[in-house]
Write a protein that binds this ligand. Structure first.
Ligand SMILES: Cc1ncc(COP(=O)(O)O)c(C=O)c1O
Length: 427
């Protein structure tokens, strides 16, 4: 009888190719992914399927604030998942109430709503604004040119970058964009329909541009004068990345009048869960009950599991003073990047940012990139990957560094050393 045998598995199983194959067959190709298949991580490092190690200076785009596989996050996940993962928002749960109280403590009198992502957190703020202006027929939200607020339909309408809108018209009405850090332009843009202003404290996707103290204080005064709500998107720049809980607190420290500054709403996500998905918005006390019962909801928003993890992340960041770490090491990294700009002006134009939200701008015509049609930031990022470091491009010319808040000094030195190697090789 003829033996029926399955063909043996290939001797060399190429996991890289097989994972890519799974993606090309089954995953919607909406991301331009880099050629890396990552399998696991520990602290500030991740490893690809071939075992190559990378220093992660991107932390999943400002998400893994405690690095990878942090035991406190694992413990919180395990402990809470043994008790209660999810029950819906038909009921009260202690972790959600405690997390809201912690966020309120760090921002000011107000209340929180929990969602699952940054875009969703911003959507909630848009609904607060619509409710606030509804009786007077005011609905329009002014945002900044070059801003980024998420990929939902309202998110792309709010985002001040054409590339996210293209092909998805007609856009959700009620958003207009105004040059960033330009108070006069914002004043001039206000119409009778305007109800709110939304900006990032530090524009992240737009190329790492912090708001100036004058702009923040001026916007507050303008919003008070015109009865507008002032919203800050802290999704990327928040959660201690700047060296303070929120970037506006960092930008305004030691600025006369800064201690009194408070926006009317703040959106949060990314580092809030240290890698576990959770988003939230905080809304200042006078407006905290605008979204009454039945007006807004999310099945997964604020599960006991997500909130328990977020509470533990907060605890670790504060106990280990990681805000100070981000501030100190971030200042050192920024100095080094500025040094590179002086030493290699043909490659690096300049550096900017706060704490561990840093960016360096690449020069327009880098000699080493002459023959490629890819944007400079993508080519630079690929070279960093070859050198074993993950960095994040922002637009065509800027490289972002968003390391875990617990990055060690020797890891920062390793990162800057590798950046200099690449810069030098391109000069
Ligand atoms: C400032 C800002 N807002 C909102 C978002 C959207 O967050 P999410 O991707 O979690 O929806 C992002 C994401 O990069 C962001 O940087």
């Amino acid at each position: 009888m003829k033996e029926i045998a399955l063909s043996p598995p290939p001797l060399v199983h190429n996991q890289f190719e097989s994972v890519r194959e799974l993606f090309s067959r089954n995953v919607v190709p909406s991301y331009a992914r880099f050629d890396l298949v990552l399998s696991h991580g520990a602290g500030s490092y991740v490893y690809d399927v071939a075992g190559k190690r990378y220093l992660d200076l991107g932390s999943g785009i400002a998400v893994c604030c405690l690095g990878h596989a942090h035991p406190a996050i694992t413990e919180a996940l395990v402990e809470q998942s043994k008790k209660l993962i999810h029950v819906s928002n038909l009921y009260f749960t202690e972790p959600q109430g405690r997390l809201a109280a912690e966020l309120v403590k760090r921002l000011g009198a107000g209340k929180c709503f929990f969602a699952n992502s940054g875009a969703e957190a911003n959507e909630g703020l848009f609904k607060v604004a619509r409710k606030f202006g509804h009786a007077e027929g005011r609905f329009e939200i002014l945002t900044a040119a070059n801003s980024f607020h998420g990929r939902t339909l309202a998110g792309i309408a709010a985002t001040g970058q054409d590339k996210v809108k293209k092909g998805f018209e007609p856009l959700t009405p009620g958003f207009r964009h105004v040059p960033f850090n330009d108070l006069a332009a914002m004043r001039a843009a206000i119409s009778p329909a305007t109800v709110a202003i939304l900006i990032e404290g530090v524009q992240g996707e737009g190329g790492v541009t912090p708001a100036t103290p004058e702009y923040l204080l001026g916007l507050r005064a303008l919003c008070d004068e015109k009865k507008l709500l002032l919203f800050l998107d802290g999704v990327q720049c928040g959660h201690y990345r700047s060296g303070k809980f929120q970037s506006f607190q960092r930008i305004l420290e030691n600025v006369p009048g800064g201690e009194k500054f408070l926006p009317d709403g703040v959106s949060m996500a990314k580092s809030l869960g240290g890698g576990f998905p959770i988003g939230a918005f905080w809304v200042r006390a006078p407006y905290a009950d605008l979204l009454g019962p039945g007006t807004h909801a999310s099945t997964f928003g604020g599960t006991p599991l997500a909130c328990a993890v977020a509470l533990r992340v907060l605890e670790v960041v504060e106990h280990e003073k990681l805000d100070e770490q981000a501030r100190k090491l971030g200042a050192g990294l920024r100095d080094e990047l500025e040094g590179l700009a002086k030493k290699y002006p043909a490659v690096v134009k300049g550096a900017r940012g706060l704490g561990f939200l840093l960016g360096f701008e690449l020069a327009d015509k880098i000699p080493g990139f002459a023959s490629s049609s890819q944007p400079a930031a993508i080519q630079f990022t690929n070279r960093m990957h070859q050198a074993g470091v993950l960095v994040i491009p922002a637009g065509a010319q800027v490289i972002r560094l968003l390391p875990p808040l617990n990055l060690k000094p020797e890891e920062a030195r390793e990162g800057i050393g590798k950046i200099e190697e690449i810069v030098q090789s391109l000069a």
